[in-house]
Write a protein that binds this ligand. Structure first.
Ligand code: PRP
Ligand code: MN
Ligand code: MG
Length: 183
């Protein structure tokens, strides 16, 4: 599958599984008390976060509800523009709910920075962020992130939800894309 397009494996399926389990324990610890009377609401950012969101939800030993939002930051290019558009909004009100945004990756931070302001204005009881990947060297705007799976180098990565021109999301691991693919 995708023969020759993937230059190297950065995060294996086993790495992802182990890290997700580890994050799930921390999140469950942090939310068990607060969410005793109202379920934790996971807000997945489409489409990249889909794989991580569904695996994290199943790893969490506490009841969660799932919501999705679709925003667009940079379409099929390989770097962010800072332009964020809502393609699909939440189906429900999040006022007084404990909300955890689930992302696949924080690159420039522009998407998340915008999303945090947007969701905060809706009056949640609490708002936090869990991302599988973060690129510290690509960050343009600092955002508070409570749960981070892996800090990775500033390379173009695909797989496990992350795409290049909508492809490679279905790979079960995270790899670097051969520059020849986007040259
Ligand atoms: C990607 C990724 C994050 C965002 C990170 O989404 O899934 O949501 O960009 O970039 P940033 O930190 O520089 O803002 P994208 O806009 O490509 O949409 P997708 O999830 O549908 O692929
Ligand atoms: Mn995304
Ligand atoms: Mg994308």
């Amino acid at each position: 599958m995708y023969d020759g397009d993937i230059a190297s494996t950065l995060v294996t399926e086993d790495d992802i599984r182990a890290k997700t389990a580890e994050l799930a324990v921390r999140i469950a610890d942090d939310y068990a008390e607060r969410c005793a009377t109202s379920d934790l609401l996971l807000v997945g950012v489409l489409k990249g976060a889909v794989m991580f969101m569904t695996d994290l939800a199943r790893a969490l030993p506490l009841p969660v509800q799932l919501e999705f939002m679709a925003v667009s930051s940079y379409g099929s290019a390989t770097s962010s523009s800072g332009v964020v558009r809502i393609l699909k909004d939440l189906d429900r009100d999040i006022a007084d709910r404990h909300v955890l945004i689930v992302e696949d990756i924080i690159d420039s931070g522009l998407t998340l920075s915008w999303l945090l302001k947007n969701l905060e204005s809706r009056g949640p009881a609490s708002l936090a962020v869990c991302t599988l990947l973060r690129k510290p060297d690509a960050v343009k705007v600092d955002v508070p992130v409570q749960y981070v799976g892996f800090d990775i180098p500033n390379e173009f990565v695909v797989g496990y939800g992350l795409d290049y021109a909508e492809r490679y999301r279905d790979l079960p691991f995270i790899g670097t894309l051969d520059p020849a693919v986007y040259a």
